[in-house]
Design a protein. Structure first.
Length: 316
């Protein structure tokens, strides 16, 4: 498949595979992000990179129930994989992260309950620590933590977040913010009227944030893509402002976690309802006293109500 390798916004051309050029009247940038790699990963078997359909190192045997699996990265994907492995009967699963609790973007209240959720299902957590080195001969055998603890592992799964696919935009004339295309409220790349960006490659202003944000969830890419394409075809006076309420969900064990709003801008979190037996939970996120988001466990109707409320506030 042809690959975009450069962009010249003055000449309105995209370079293809470093040789050919494709001219455009309007351009949509939706190159997304890719999994963040571990720098200088040892040349050992047994490593798996999450967020991709291929593995960076060959692995001679599949996971078995007696396998010892270490997951470096306790974000959404790391937690989901930990839950899946335990559900498949894998005996030893360890989550490792520098953050103080799993899924830190959801705040400490959710993080504390996520710790209990995983520990109740037999997952070992090593939080607020980092990896000093990987040990092994031909294949990985252990993860050595910064405090000296040795976590034995037959497999190491890497879930280290993501980086934007924007190297091809260097020298294009577009303004980038931490690798993301900086856009205005209409999804237009700043300084242009014929280039839009959508999805997690785009940094854009949001009424609930103090500066540009980017959202790494597919639902935001879907909504933003529709607005970006529409605005590209409209005149300046008819363009729509993109100010959707971000939503997300994650299935872990018997818990469906759902969120709405911008949790990462909150300065306080409040538990509104909780039933540990169900289990169910409702947590509100506020910034300077104003509601900016909510997270629920097994309360699907409740999160829909929050989503509608947050959307109504954006229209005020």
């Amino acid at each position: 498949m042809p690959r975009a390798t450069g962009l010249d916004i003055e000449r309105r051309v995209v370079r293809i595979d470093g040789r050919d050029e494709l001219s455009y009247d309007g351009l949509v940038i939706a190159t997304g992000r890719r999994a963040r790699e571990w720098p200088d990963l040892p040349d050992l078997d047994g490593f798996y990179m999450l967020r991709t359909s291929t593995t960076p190192r060959p692995c001679g045997r599949p996971f078995g129930q007696a396998a010892r699996v270490a997951i470096v990265g306790a974000g959404f994907i790391g937690c989901e994989v930990a839950a899946t492995l335990r559900g498949l009967g894998v005996d030893e699963v360890t989550l490792i992260d520098v953050a103080p609790h799993p899924m830190p973007v959801l705040g400490p209240e959710i993080g504390e309950r996520a710790v209990k959720l995983h520990e109740d299902h037999g997952v070992r957590l090593r939080m607020a620590t980092s990896v000093a080195m990987f040990e092994g001969r031909d294949r990985v055998e252990a993860v050595r933590l910064e405090d000296g603890e040795r976590v034995e592992a037959d497999f190491v799964l890497l879930a280290l977040g993501s980086v934007p696919n924007s190297e091809w935009l260097e020298g294009s004339g577009l303004e980038l913010l931490k690798g993301c295309v900086l856009c205005d409220e209409h999804c237009l790349a700043v300084g242009t009227d014929d280039v839009v960006a959508a999805g997690d490659i785009a940094a854009y202003p949001h009424p609930s944030a103090d500066g540009p944000i980017w959202i790494e969830h597919w639902s935001n890419a879907r909504d933003m893509g529709a607005t970006a394409a529409t605005n590209l075809l409209k005149g300046p006076e008819a363009r729509e402002v993109f100010a959707a309420v971000p939503t997300f969900w994650s299935d872990q064990y018997d818990v469906k976690i759902k969120s709405a709003g911008l949790l990462n801008v909150a300065d306080s979190y409040t538990v509104i309802e909780e039933d540990p037996e169900r289990p169910s939970l409702v947590v509100e996120a506020h910034r300077r006293g104003e509601l900016v988001g909510a997270v629920v466990f097994n309360r699907n109707r409740t999160i829909i109500g929050y989503q509608r409320k947050l959307a109504e506030e954006l229209l005020v």
